[in-house]
Design a protein around this ligand. Sequence first.
Ligand SMILES: [Zn+2]
Ligand SMILES: [Zn+2]
Length: 368
Amino acid sequence: MKDGKKSVSEIGKNDPVNKCRAALRQGPGKMECVTITKPELIEGKVLIRVLHVGICGSDIARVKDPDKKWDKVVLGHEAVGEVEEISKSASAGSLLKKGDRVAIIPLVPCRKCYFCLKGMHSSCKSYSFIGSRVNGALSDYLMVEPTNLLKLPEDDNIEKYTFLEPLTVALHAIYQTDIKFGKTAVVFGAGAIGLLLFQVLKNLANYEVIMVDIDKFKLGLARKLGSFHNVDLTNESLEEYIKENIDSAGVDTIFEVSGANEARTGAIQVSKPGGSIVLIGTSPKDTIFDAKTFELITRKELKLTGSWMSYSGPFPGREWETGIKILKNNLIDIDTLITQRYKLSSVSAAFKMILENDEKYCKVLINI
Ligand SMILES: [Zn+2]
Ligand SMILES: [Zn+2]
């Protein structure tokens, strides 16, 4: 293999102890399990033996990206593991000890800039990020600072905590709104984040939620999770559906996770006067509004809010505290969201399945 890396089948054959396995991109669209140098514990840090990693949409975008920088960094930021080794200063400054089960908090803010001091860590001017700017969790081992770890409660199911990070993204978006029991909401995009939003809104705040997508498989998952209102935009009008089944004036809150132009214009059209729209995540394409739709923002006095990552002050924020409790108390269904599981040694097959659309999927987990 190129660059002197060994394929997984060669591991264990006379390998020195300071080697471990990791998923590393071998050019756009090609992931492989290779051997890398095992991170050696340094002062102030904690060495984690990784157990489970969820594949995020952002990981998939990085694997596809023509930029060669993604060949040099280990991806993966939705992860849980076990403390393998802890440096003296890290153990003095935290309550962590060897054997603790932990979830990874991927953002590494500078903690010094204006925005960090205000608790707006997602707007930090010089942040790092585990799994994109520094090596991430798709590996046997990961070395991080103790502030990037959250100790998990006693629980037989550790795997479900891989959903902590995506759940905090959903919670951060909900915290952007004026949340009150029994409101109406639309969620555009029934992927993992959309289905987490749906469950939190319905199960914890008694919202009447309309799930919207163009993918029958995803809407099927929503139905399986107990969603009653599911609109397939390929053959239904959301405006008509809401008028007939919810409220002729529109809905209170709209969460836009799909990134699609139709969803963003649709959000403005179906929002009640005075309603709020939360836009979540990246914009892969241009968003174009016609004059009439755009004017609805002013006429209806809509509140448009962005939601970026999942942090608040004090770091990492209430999203993480709440997320842990929701998972610990099994208030949402995680099993239905996990559609495939692969071993790290089969990571190339996992990404091949995803990139070539061989199977329908929601969340793909890699078990290390
Ligand atoms: Zn993610
Ligand atoms: Zn900062």
